[in-house]
Design a protein around this ligand. Structure first.
Ligand SMILES: NC(=O)c1ccc[n+]([C@@H]2O[C@H](COP(=O)([O-])OP(=O)(O)OC[C@H]3O[C@@H](n4cnc5c(N)ncnc54)[C@H](O)[C@@H]3O)[C@@H](O)[C@H]2O)c1
Length: 363
């Protein structure tokens, strides 16, 4: 995998957003699960940057990933980074002390969680329980569990923007249930381990985080649209295209994740992380994409890849962010800027030669 100017800039911005709190990681060991995925690589690159530029003593990172969807690490193994191939549905034995634990492993894209239905449930539930056991055994200072905004299911209109206190409107047998319900039970495990064993775990509910490093074939909407455009195909809008999402650029979200990881006294609590300014329907998102390419691409209404994109697709998704704002979180990257950064990265990473590269509007 190539070095990337865009990712380097993102990582620098994330480190700046964490600020002096980063010092808490000096000389510590952090275990991450799912480190070979999109967000995992950003965590590892941020630790690498902090080690080089900020911390007095390096923070050592260990990642456990089974590569079910992860592709590779952007950080090389060495004294400060160890990679373990492991499926977290099985207990994990680690010799070292662990100070911080980030349980990111999950099967996040509807394309893959419809394919790996049972593995998705296992990683959200058994995987979470195993990581909570490890956090308890190692007496960690802080743990994050990556839940999802999907715990809210299809919220009733009066609960959009959605606060953490909303209990959700989720089917236990619908097309998205294996993902949604496993995250919900994962959170229940977290709360129980906090209440029974004082494990200092926080639950993160990300709202559509996107950016460089997402797989182009994973069917999450932004990489999917860009992949189709560069394949010379129309932008596919599933169904009516009036369902909305809020998109949060990865550098903003990562800053929020670190703020929660390094905060004191918030244990057992869920936190929304996203960007409420960027709520947009899928049809309008396709129009924004087309504009970025100087309207040289078509938009086509079509049916989704599977039922998670049609009957199971929630109508609106928008976070209430009051809680995390209290930690100084403030998303900065607007949608167009973030999408352009993703596209620029994809062109560089995949050496894209499509004639549309020339139509890309940079202003
Ligand atoms: N990106 C988002 O917008 C978003 C939104 C909501 C929730 N999340 C959650 O955040 C986490 C990370 O998301 P991402 O976008 O980086 O996803 P990703 O698919 O890019 O990365 C997930 C990683 O977890 C690994 N993994 C899956 N099952 C595993 C298992 N049993 N054992 C070990 N490793 C396993 C995969 O191989 C992959 O490397 C996931 O848990 C996801 O559900 C992400």
């Amino acid at each position: 995998m190539m070095a990337s100017k865009i990712i380097d800039e993102d990582v620098k911005n994330i480190a700046a957003g964490i600020g002096t709190n980063a010092g808490k990681l000096s000389g510590k060991t952090l275990l991450i699960t799912g480190g070979a995925g999109f967000l995992g690589n950003y965590f590892l690159l941020t630790i690498e940057f902090l080690n080089k530029n900020v911390l007095e003593k390096p923070c050592r990172a260990i990642s456990a990933d089974n590569f079910i969807t992860g592709v590779s690490y952007r950080v090389k193994e060495g004294p400060n980074f160890k990679a373990i191939k492991h499926d977290v549905k099985e207990p994990l034995k680690v010799e070292e002390d662990i100070d911080y634990l980030i349980h990111l492993a999950g099967i996040a894209s509807p394309r893959f969680y419809r394919k790996y239905k049972i593995e998705t449930i296992d990683v959200g539930t058994l995987g979470t329980k195993n990581m909570l056991e490890l956090a308890k055994e190692k007496n960690v200072k802080s743990m994050l569990f990556f839940s999802s905004s999907e715990v809210y299911g299809d919220p009733e209109p009066k609960f959009v923007p959605t606060p953490e206190g909303y209990n959700g409107n989720v089917s236990c047998i619908g097309p998205r249930s294996n993902y949604d319900e496993s995250k919900r039970l994962g959170e229940t495990f977290c709360r129980a381990y906090f209440e029974m064993h004082k494990v200092p775990v926080k639950m993160i509910r990300p709202f559509n985080i996107y950016g460089p490093g997402m797989r182009m074939d994973d069917y999450r909407v932004i990489p999917n649209f860009v992949a189709k455009i560069f394949n010379g195909e129309p932008i596919p809008v599933y169904g009516e295209g009036d369902n909305t999402r809020t998109f949060c650029y990865v550098s903003d979200a990562m800053t929020g994740f670190f703020k929660v990881l390094l905060a004191d006294n918030l244990n057992g609590e869920p936190f929304n992380v996203g960007n409420e300014d960027n709520e947009i329907s899928m049809e309008n998102l396709a129009k924004v994409m087309a504009e970025i390419f100087d309207n040289k691409v078509q938009i086509e209404k079509t049916s989704g890849l599977n039922d998670a994109y049609t009957t199971g697709d929630p109508k609106r998704r928008c976070p209430e962010l009051t809680k995390i704002r209290k930690l100084g979180y403030e998303p900065k990257v607007d949608l167009k800027t973030g999408i352009k950064r993703f596209i620029e990265w994809a062109i560089e990473e995949y050496k894209i030669k499509s004639p549309l590269v020339k139509s890309l509007r940079t202003t």
